[in-house]
Design a protein around this ligand. Structure first.
Ligand code: SAH
Length: 217
């Protein structure tokens, strides 16, 4: 990845004040959060707020997630660098870039094509070449490249989509917010010897996952 020195101090402060004190320990995740220039994933009018402790609008009624949420969800994937990861809800592409930094290959799906167009340019500018983007309904996953060692959903689902469980590799981990349209609980689903294990983590608030195995629109 091309290193960007701009806003470096704010980025380091974000990690020191928002990420580490809340318990994120994975050194690779901390390195990624320190390296990836979050300000390039928001509109120029929001750049001065890019390292603050909250989500920001990215247009089309969608948001870039709070930095801590990105770090915490990424840590739950337990990436070592060799994995193939599926992301549902590309949005700003910030989470995509963090994943691209931490695993072998990312497949990311977004339903709003204008967002994907923007993300392609940003990832190219940063020299991140291991992310494949698609416009479509991610609630049914991306069967073509399955199974995935990790799946991360950055929109709130009413239930865990069966398609995503089916596309999870043995020993794979699926991180997904599940709940109603206003608040969700972060769930981690693991597949081990073909069996499914589900754990509930912390509360969160995401925009809705809209699609065949998500909410109707
Ligand atoms: N990780 C992103 C989160 C963006 S918000 C970021 O931090 O920028 C969630 C995104 O999920 C939105 O862009 C929304 O359009 C998208 N989304 C919602 N339902 C979807 C679906 N079924 N398939 C793909 N993308 C979806």
């Amino acid at each position: 990845m091309i290193r960007v020195a701009q806003w470096k101090y704010e980025r380091e402060r974000m990690v020191k004040e928002q990420i580490i004190p809340r318990g994120v320990e994975d050194v690779r995740v901390i390195e990624a959060m320190t390296a990836v220039p979050r300000h390039l994933f928001v509109d120029t009018s929001y750049q001065h707020q890019a390292y603050n402790d909250y989500p920001l609008p990215i247009g089309h009624g969608q948001t870039i997630s709070q930095p801590y949420m990105v770090a915490a969800m990424t840590e739950l994937l337990e990436l070592k660098g060799t994995e193939k990861v599926l992301e549902i809800g590309t949005g700003s592409g910030y989470q995509t870039a963090i994943l691209a930094f931490l695993c072998d290959r990312v497949y990311s799906i977004e339903r709003i094509s204008a967002l994907t167009t923007q993300v392609r340019q940003t990832l190219k500018r940063l020299g991140l070449k291991n992310a494949n983007l698609m416009v479509g309904d991610g609630s049914i996953g991306w069967a073509e490249y399955a199974p995935y060692d990790g799946i991360i959903v950055t929109a709130g689902a009413p239930e865990i989509p069966n398609a995503l469980i089916a596309q999870l590799a043995e020993k794979g981990r699926l991180v997904i917010p599940v709940g109603d349209e206003f608040s969700q609980i972060l769930n981690v689903v693991k597949k081990h010897k073909g069996r499914i294990y589900r754990q509930e983590h912390f509360g969160c608030t995401f925009v809705p996952l809209v699609g065949k195995e998500g909410w109707d629109k």
